[in-house]
Design a protein around this ligand. Structure first.
Ligand code: URA
Length: 442
């Protein structure tokens, strides 16, 4: 295929011929475009970016390269995407809570990436949970119980699968248009009415500065809206771990606490905020009304009921589901050893270094270094003190759950994770900024 007109347009900042983009992306999915040609195009986009309308055409073509979910008349179809954090277990609660509020949620999720965890790895710590659903099974599951969580697969946006693998080996991952097309094409293929994007920023996020986060958020919102999906991005702070539990099985435990109306206020308020954004975009509710609906389904057991139904629908036995929701720790794998770090002096918990925490957990098996690495789902952390709270000397700050004994160097790293300060700390919640545009159809 001759992609010279595409490359020329990219280099001069003009729109790429849209029919050629479509042929090129279709050829990528069919594997009829040679790898070196695909890499030439990726490098050009990585170097020079592309126009907003190109981003929409590329994303649309990637979406059209595979199956697209279609829905019978009915309640709004919604989903969320997060750019990845530490302790970011929102999807486990958000999907059932939104379904309990009357939405349909066909959630596609991924595995851990770098130091960040992935929803699919977390769910796989529930014995029997099956994440490999076909598009047809996803629709059937959602029509039956209101939501499903399935692993991204070859059937949806296959062009992204091919391009992502090439980006990985050609240093072209960190490109806003390529990230945008990759994420939005898979979400748009779900046939969504509305999407909320959690764009994380901070030392434990992929986006380290507000400028980078704003650029990615704006690009994704613009592109998803260009495909007719109502979208809002919430830029949230990601330097301190989210909630009380970090690590695959441990995050399932915390999610169940929140689905029972308890759990950490940090996690609960993020779930409510993300869910409320989707409810107000689709059900014409005010922000306050939408938040109230989310709070109600977490407090009255309805979200937990849907979570149980989703687990059974995706292969977990009824007995395991009942044990899971009554005593989650008795179902998921537990680590053999624990090490607790205490406050060295009195003061206020300013923060815990989430990036180092996640890297330590990853080294002990919570995350992968190689695609084929087997995870230790029991590894992770339980945080005992909320950010900003007063501590006395000797108070436990967090407990590391691990299998292998810890070398001195790791123990030393653990003890300096919490930052304790002498002055009270003001904590303003996670939300830093939102990005939202009026809907524009292509
Ligand atoms: N996640 C994706 O699915 N694609 C990207 O390009 C980056 C993160």
């Amino acid at each position: 295929m001759n992609i010279t007109p595409l490359i020329k347009a990219i280099a001069s900042g003009e729109n790429q011929p849209s029919d050629l983009i479509q042929d090129f992306i279709a050829g990528i999915a069919e594997r009829s475009v040679a790898q070196d040609v695909a890499v030439q195009w990726l490098k050009a986009v990585h170097r020079s970016g592309c126009t907003p309308s190109d981003k929409v055409f590329i994303t649309q073509a990637m979406m059209a390269s595979g199956a697209q979910l279609t829905w019978p008349e009915g309640p709004p179809v919604v989903d969320k995407h997060s750019t990845g954090g530490v302790g970011d277990k929102m999807s486990l609660m958000l999907a059932p809570a939104l379904a309990a509020c009357g939405c349909r949620v066909p959630m596609l999720a991924g595995r851990g990436l770098g130091h960040t965890g992935g929803t699919i790895d977390k769910l796989e710590s529930i014995p029997g949970f099956r994440c490999a659903l076909t598009p047809k099974e996803m629709v059937a599951a959602v029509e039956r119980v209101g939501c499903c969580i399935a692993v991204q697969n070859e059937a949806i946006a296959p062009a992204d699968g091919v391009l992502y693998a090439l980006r990985d080996v050609t240093q072209t991952i960190d490109s806003v248009p390529l990230i945008t097309a990759s994420i939005v094409s898979k979400k748009a293929a779900e046939g969504l009415d509305a999407l909320v994007l959690d764009v994380k920023v901070g030392s434990a996020a992929f986006m380290k500065s507000m400028e980078e986060a704003r650029e990615l958020a704006t690009s994704m919102v613009e592109t998803a809206e260009g495909l007719g999906v109502r979208t809002m991005a919430q830029i949230t702070e990601m330097s301190h771990p989210i909630g009380t539990h970090v690590g695959n099985a441990l995050e399932v435990v915390e999610s169940i606490h929140v689905l029972k109306g308890g759990g950490s206020s940090d996690t609960r308020s993020l779930v409510i905020m993300q869910g409320a954004a989707l409810l107000s975009m689709t059900l014409n509710l005010s922000e306050q009304e939408a938040e109230k609906r989310m709070e109600e389904v977490l407090d009255n057991g309805k979200a937990l009921e849907v979570f149980a139904a989703m687990c059974e629908q995706q292969g977990v036995s009824e007995t395991t589901v009942q044990r899971l929701i009554h005593d989650p720790e008795s179902v998921v794998e537990r680590a053999r050893e624990t090490t607790t770090v205490v406050a060295p002096n009195r003061g206020f918990l300013h923060s815990i270094d989430a990036l180092t925490m996640a890297n330590i957990a990853r080294e002990h098996g919570a995350g992968r270094f190689d695609l084929n690495d087997k995870l230790d789902l029991s590894v992770g952390f339980v945080v005992h003190v909320e950010r900003g709270k007063a501590v006395r000397e000797g108070d436990p700050i967090f407990t590391f759950h691990h299998r292998r004994s810890l070398p001195e160097a790791t123990l030393a790293q653990l003890t300096v994770l919490p930052q304790i300060v002498q002055e009270p700390v003001s904590t303003n919640g996670r939300l830093l900024e939102t990005v939202q545009f009026p809907t524009t159809k292509p």
